[in-house]
Design a protein around this ligand. Structure first.
Ligand code: ATP
Length: 451
């Protein structure tokens, strides 16, 4: 059965899978579930009211799939100790959001790790989409903050391993604790749900009766939001000295080529993902989004079409079922290679960057506007499905020539297929495109001043 709802796939519920949670439930005898904040491949994240008020009235509770809750990765938080130390020694700048506490909750699907986090603002993924475009006034500042955060993380010997726009969020100017639940309802509107009766006719079902759609944190009044970014979700982080040799967990569009072809992980792969995110901040579709429905082969093909000159052994590397084969080849299986698929359809970085169109920020801002109005322009989109990457949108200005030239230069240095030659996060930070004086954010809106 197809699933087009922006929520976790129902089949993630089952023995060992996600924890069935409904609005109003009490989790771990303590947390009352108010709203959904998000979901990922391994967890659902909820806005909950903590009856113990240990970290304030409202916190974010990440409830992990039962099978993953026993995984050694989740059991150890040692890898991120250097980040915890950095936060502690620098007056909690809030660059890296680490769990405040962990508890366990048992459901009919198993025993779930529940991680407590402070509530944050919207994730970057929701700010630059096909129908809402981030004002460029924020883009370079976000890019600088991100490059600095990644440089700091790498200097502390930690690799994130899953850097995507879903794992970068805006921080809140102040906690939501002074808001009543009724006020939260007014801000977010009625909860949106999707019933699951067709998926789970059996009783008792391993799933809740319905899945909940995530609230749009951009609906918070703009004075709750800051333009300060933080990195979240260190579940796949590892020490640079002990990088795992395996296909990364990162969504396929963000896979670095050396990971696909040699299973190499490390700081350069984070920098590759950083480059993808910088492009995501300016265009509503990932630069290496493939047309094969999201698979390593599709990403490799896009990389190959865009960058050319991949090493010959990569062009001949065997894929089975769209995944790279790193084990000995077996007889009787027909493997495919990039050489089999490759067609020269003229994509390159110049072309892709030339497609960028950005909205102009209105001069005046009202006190009552939502965070989303403050940060992004909503645009009516008329998709031209024949050319896939072409948008017909009003009020958007093409990227300037000098901007494009510098941006292509930066992306070219990040998207070097040779990970040893690829620039570091520190070099990204020093690149002229990021060095350009950032526009004066103090004029950008009510919440932009440091808190
Ligand atoms: N503290 C928070 N405050 C507000 N929203 C949050 C918070 N933590 C997570 N979210 C939202 O929930 C989403 C999923 O969270 P997270 O990335 O931690 O889950 P995951 O299952 O580990 O995902 P992944 O598939 O990346 O491993 C985030 O993209 C974000 O939108």
């Amino acid at each position: 059965m197809s699933w087009e709802v922006d929520a976790e796939h129902p089949y993630k519920y089952g023995p060992g899978g996600l924890c069935p949670i409904e609005l109003g439930d009490r989790v771990a005898n303590r947390f009352i579930v108010l709203r959904k904040l998000g979901y990922g491949g391994f967890a659902t994240v909820w806005l909950v009211c903590d009856e113990n008020r240990r970290h304030g009235r409202y916190v974010a509770l990440k409830v992990v799939s039962a099978d993953w809750s026993n995984d050694a990765k989740f059991e150890s938080t040692k890898v991120v100790d250097p980040l915890r130390g950095y936060e502690r020694d620098n007056g909690s700048p809030g660059l890296f959001i680490l769990e405040l506490e962990r508890v366990f909750h048992t459901s009919r699907n198993g025993r779930h790790l529940c991680q407590v986090f402070p509530v944050l603002g919207p994730a970057l993924v929701s700010l630059n989409t096909s129908d809402c475009r981030l004002y460029p006034v924020f883009v370079r500042d976000f890019a600088q903050q991100l490059a600095r955060a990644v440089e700091t993380m790498h200097s502390l010997g930690v690799c994130h391993g899953d850097l995507t726009p879903s794992n970068i969020a805006l921080r809140l100017a102040h906690p939501l604790d002074s808001l009543t639940e009724e006020q939260l309802d007014e801000i977010f509107g009625p909860p949106e749900i999707q019933t699951l009766e067709f998926f789970f006719p059996e009783t008792p079902s391993p799933a809740p009766d319905y899945v909940v759609l995530s609230v749009d944190l951009g609906r918070l009044p703009s004075n709750y939001l800051t333009t300060r970014l933080c990195i979240i979700d260190f579940d796949h982080a590892f020490s640079s000295r002990n990088a795992p040799k395996q296909l990364s967990h990162i969504p396929h569009q963000y896979l670095a080529p050396e990971n696909i072809f040699t299973l190499t992980n490390g700081p350069p792969a984070d920098v590759w993902a950083l480059g993808c995110i910088l492009y995501d901040l300016r265009y509503p579709m990932p630069i290496f989004q493939d047309l094969m429905g999201g698979c390593p082969l599709g990403t490799a093909l896009r990389i190959c079409e865009m960058l050319r000159n991949l090493p010959r052994e990569w062009m001949e590397f065997p894929f089975d079922d769209s995944y790279p084969v790193h084990e000995p080849l077996q007889q009787g299986i027909e493997y495919t290679t990039l050489d089999d698929y490759r067609k020269s359809d003229g994509f390159n970085l110049d072309f892709e960057v030339g497609e960028i169109r950005e909205p102009q920020r209105p001069v005046s801002t009202s006190e009552t506007e939502s965070g989303r109005e403050w940060l992004c322009l909503s645009i009516p989109i008329d998709w031209d499905t024949t050319t896939r990457r072409e948008f017909k949108a009003q009020n958007l200005k093409p990227i300037g020539k000098d901007d494009a030239t510098l941006f292509v230069d930066l992306l070219g240095k990040i998207f070097d297929s040779n990970d040893q030659r690829r620039i570091t996060a520190g070099q990204v930070l020093a690149h002229p495109w990021l060095k350009e004086p950032s526009q004066n954010l103090s004029n950008a809106g009510p919440a932009a001043s440091p808190v």
